[in-house]
Design a binder for this molecule. Structure first.
Ligand code: KG4
Ligand code: ZN
Length: 347
């Protein structure tokens, strides 16, 4: 019997709905919220309000572009955690109401599990167990995926996420939010070996990005003359501005290269320690062209089979919630109507 899932994602600032039948994505519609741009980051209350406004038309569009009617939906999947609580509540309440009105089962999805399973949307798919480096604005994790419903985090950031490292670096350079894609753009024209930012020495498979942010701050305060704080070198506002203007491409390329090497050195270590050869990327930062290229190159050197979801399934989207919903449906993992959205969630 064929199974159709309607999925809703509203964990941060994208309202998205998708329809999938038997694991095949029929539609995936995303409404971005431009309202946050002028604030330099996502404003939680504005995000919740925008979700409340967007959710009906977004679900409607996803259904109609999949040529699907509500009665033919077999289950409703939604992002239950983690994320901004006000944003999650909008999607959760909407999904619960639909489930109640249609008398169809409800499936609660963990956003980070869904990022990993985005790698199961297209063919060829990785074989189990596979490793996944999930890099987003809120998380940086290395996960072992034993099956679609058995995932284990074996390494994660102890401070900032990789996406935050990109966005905070961009902010220091005076670039608008979210700065990750802009660093990617300028880095394409720059020399990544021009400036040497330090690689942190963190034991095991965990990551840290806060030291990088501090060294970039000092580097800019000293207009490129030093990575450590030195009062005597402190450049004026004008000197700093001019230094950034004249060297933006090289600075972006050097920052991006360091973030990428921090990520890939730990991923290589994880692959060596586990012996796993099917390796995936996931999350918004996997849209980064430098990371994608270096990941593919490392894969060739190390003899991995590498997988990266299509661009539209890397950043937040409901297709990944739909595919996870589909596997949870197969495993009989349903939620009660009393389930609550949660800002934080352990695996
Ligand atoms: O997965 P995602 O869409 O949302 C979260 O769950 O956080 O990831 C968003 C993050 C942001 O930090 C954004 O700057 C980053 O992904 N990002 C990029 C690129 N595209 C998105 N970072 C670097 N290069 C990119 N091309
Ligand atoms: Zn995400």
């Amino acid at each position: 019997m064929s199974v159709t899932i309607l999925a809703i994602e509203s964990s941060c600032d994208e309202t998205s709905a998708a329809v999938c039948t038997d694991g095949k994505i029929l539609s995936n519609f995303i409404a971005n919220q431009s309202v946050h741009e002028k604030y330099g980051g996502v404003v939680p209350e504005l995000a919740s309000r925008a979700h409340a406004q967007n959710i009906v038309p977004v679900v409607d569009t996803a259904l109609s572009s999949a040529n699907c009617s509500l009665p033919s939906v077999d289950a409703i999947a939604f992002t239950q955690a983690p994320g901004l609580i006000g944003s999650l509540l909008v999607g959760a309440q909407f999904a619960k109401s639909l489930s109640l009105a249609l008398n169809k089962p409800l499936i609660a999805v963990h956003h980070m599990q869904a990022h990993v399973l985005a790698n199961l949307i297209a063919d060829p798919k990785p074989s189990f167990p596979f490793l996944c480096l999930t890099v987003s604005g809120g998380h940086t994790q290395i996960v072992i995926c034993e099956s679609p419903t058995q995932l284990r985090v074996i390494g994660e950031t102890i401070d900032d996420a990789a996406g935050e490292a990109f966005d905070k670096s961009a902010k220091l350079l005076g670039l608008p939010y979210p700065g990750g894609p802009l660093i990617d753009k300028y880095a394409k024209e720059g020399n990544p070996d021009r400036f040497q930012f330090p690689e942190p020495r963190i034991p095991g498979l965990d990551f840290s990005f806060s030291g990088l942010k501090t060294s970039i701050l000092y580097f800019l305060q000293n207009a490129g003359t030093s990575l450590v704080y030195k009062e005597e070198f402190r450049a004026s506002e004008q000197e700093r501005y001019q230094f950034i203007q004249e060297n933006l491409n090289d600075i972006c390329a050097s920052i991006q290269q360091r973030i990428v090497t921090i990520l890939l050195h730990k991923l290589r270590k994880a692959a060596q320690e586990t012996g796993i050869r099917d390796i995936c990327l996931a999350g918004g930062v996997s849209a980064n062209s430098g990371l994608r290229k270096a990941f593919e190159e490392m894969g060739k050197q190390q003899g991995w089979r590498t997988f990266i979801p299509a661009f539209q399934y890397c950043t937040d989207n409901a297709a990944m919630i739909a595919i996870t919903g589909y596997y949870k449906y197969q495993a009989g993992q349903f939620a009660g109507l009393d389930i609550e959205a949660s800002a934080r969630a352990e695996w």
